[in-house]
Design a protein around this ligand. Structure first.
Ligand code: ADP
Ligand code: MG
Length: 236
């Protein structure tokens, strides 16, 4: 306490490379911002699930992730925490534009992620928005420009990219592809490819999928750089 934010951030970042994964049980065992720790505590999250243990430390280190885990294993926090910490460390603020993009197959999943973000990210100062259709494009576009964290469905995002040549995500630092296998099953393969082609190459990407089909591997090849493979089977 009392220390400038920049000192706290440097202190956190200096711990990333020496995280001893075998000793990480609780969220407080990780070098996370006090803002995230507070949000986690209030949401009654204490211990990490297996997929969170396997992926959060690597994601904090800036690695691309190809994660395989069943439904219900806790993937949402596995990507939301790295998103929050990344933007926190960059001292991202509302005027900085889009810092993170989360793509998920359905509106319902987008809502769930948004709700989880509002809870765990409560003490951060980022703006977040849903881009899932249902509102007119102009309204969404105006709002999107003011969002730091955008949660979207593939079709709607591509529509924005296509219809607004100034659609600005060059600032984007971190991309999350949630339930990638379902996105592809729903026929979004071309859409996903087009979206990825539109995004800045200098970014971190976290891809999560319950299954590792050929089309998921193709998407991974296209979107990830030297990924760390993280696979967790909660059934065993
Ligand atoms: P997935 O995306 O892998 O299907 P979710 O992220 O939706 O899983 O999480 C499934 C459930 O587990 C949610 O109700 C969530 O609140 C809960 N959960 C996630 N992480 C933790 C944790 N570390 N401790 C306790 N509950 C958790
Ligand atoms: Mg999920």
């Amino acid at each position: 306490t009392g220390q400038p934010e920049s000192v706290l951030i440097e202190n956190l970042k200096s711990q990333y490379d020496t995280i001893d994964v075998s000793k990480v049980e609780k969220f407080v065992d990780l070098p996370l911002s006090q803002k995230s720790i507070k949000g986690l505590k209030e949401s009654k999250y204490t211990k990490l699930t297996d997929i969170q243990k396997a992926s959060v430390p690597l994601a904090l280190q800036g690695k691309d992730i190809l994660g395989a885990a069943q439904t219900g294993s806790g993937k949402t926090l596995a990507f939301l925490l790295p998103v929050l910490e990344r933007l926190y460390c960059e001292q991202w603020s509302r005027v900085d534009g889009i810092g993170a993009l989360v793509i998920t197959p359905t509106r319902e999943l987008a809502y769930q992620i948004f709700e989880a973000l509002k809870k765990v990210g409560k003490y951060h100062d980022f703006s977040a928005g849903l881009i899932i259709g249902g509102k007119d494009l102009k309204f969404e576009r105006k709002r999107m420009d003011q969002c730091n964290i955008v949660i979207c469905t593939p079709g709607r995002l591509l529509q924005h990219m296509d219809e607004n040549p100034l659609f600005d995500c060059v600032t984007m630092k971190i991309l999350v592809l949630d339930e990638a296998d379902r996105c592809l099953d729903m026929g979004f393969q071309e859409t996903m490819n087009a979206i990825i082609a539109n995004l800045p190459p200098m970014r971190q990407t976290l891809l999560f999928s319950a299954t590792q089909t050929k089309s998921v591997k193709d998407l991974a090849r296209l979107s990830l750089k030297d990924p760390s493979y993280v696979s967790v089977n909660e059934m065993t």
